[in-house]
Design a protein around this ligand. Structure first.
Ligand code: ADP
Ligand code: MG
Length: 135
């Protein structure tokens, strides 16, 4: 799917929100600035979140509770070593009914389980190609 601009990415996120179910793990792959966080912003908005959505770059994870549904948005870009994930209690985040989005899953060095959805975003100038698969 080709996404023309930031608004289109937010809309794609809102559409994606309709397909999500409790406990789903979603990987987001794509270069810096691809639109991973923008897509998550659209998803959270689609789920009913009205407040701000900040990039979790500095604290690795941002938690949300939307209509009793827990959502965790991870950004592992600044992860120094995969073991950090153990210290932060990754398993507790993944082992419940929460929906988890993970930017830069490749930084986890194999510590993460397989995702339910794999989203890849490729950059073509101001456009984005959105690829969604179920591995
Ligand atoms: P990431 O989380 O992948 O690093 P962000 O979502 O934080 O990326 O940032 C994406 C940036 O790209 C934003 O500044 C956004 O305005 C810009 N942008 C330009 N065109 C698009 C597009 N078609 N889709 C999404 N974002 C776009
Ligand atoms: Mg981001």
């Amino acid at each position: 799917m080709i996404i023309k601009d930031e608004r289109g990415m937010l809309e794609a996120g809102r559409q994606l929100a309709k397909q999500l179910k409790s406990g789903m793990l979603v990987y987001l792959e794509g270069d810096l600035g691809a639109g991973k966080t923008t897509l998550v912003r659209g998803v959270l908005n689609g789920l009913g979140h009205a407040g701000a959505v900040k990039s979790p770059t500095y604290n690795l994870v941002e938690p949300y509770t939307i209509k009793d549904q827990a959502v965790f948005h991870f950004d592992l870009y600044r992860l120094v070593e995969a073991e950090e994930l153990e210290y932060m209690g990754l398993r507790d985040y993944l082992n419940n009914q929460a929906i988890c989005f993970i930017e830069w899953p490749e930084k986890a060095g194999g510590l993460l389980p397989e995702p339910d959805l794999l989203i890849k975003i490729n950059i073509y100038g101001s456009q984005r190609e959105l690829l969604i698969s179920k591995p």
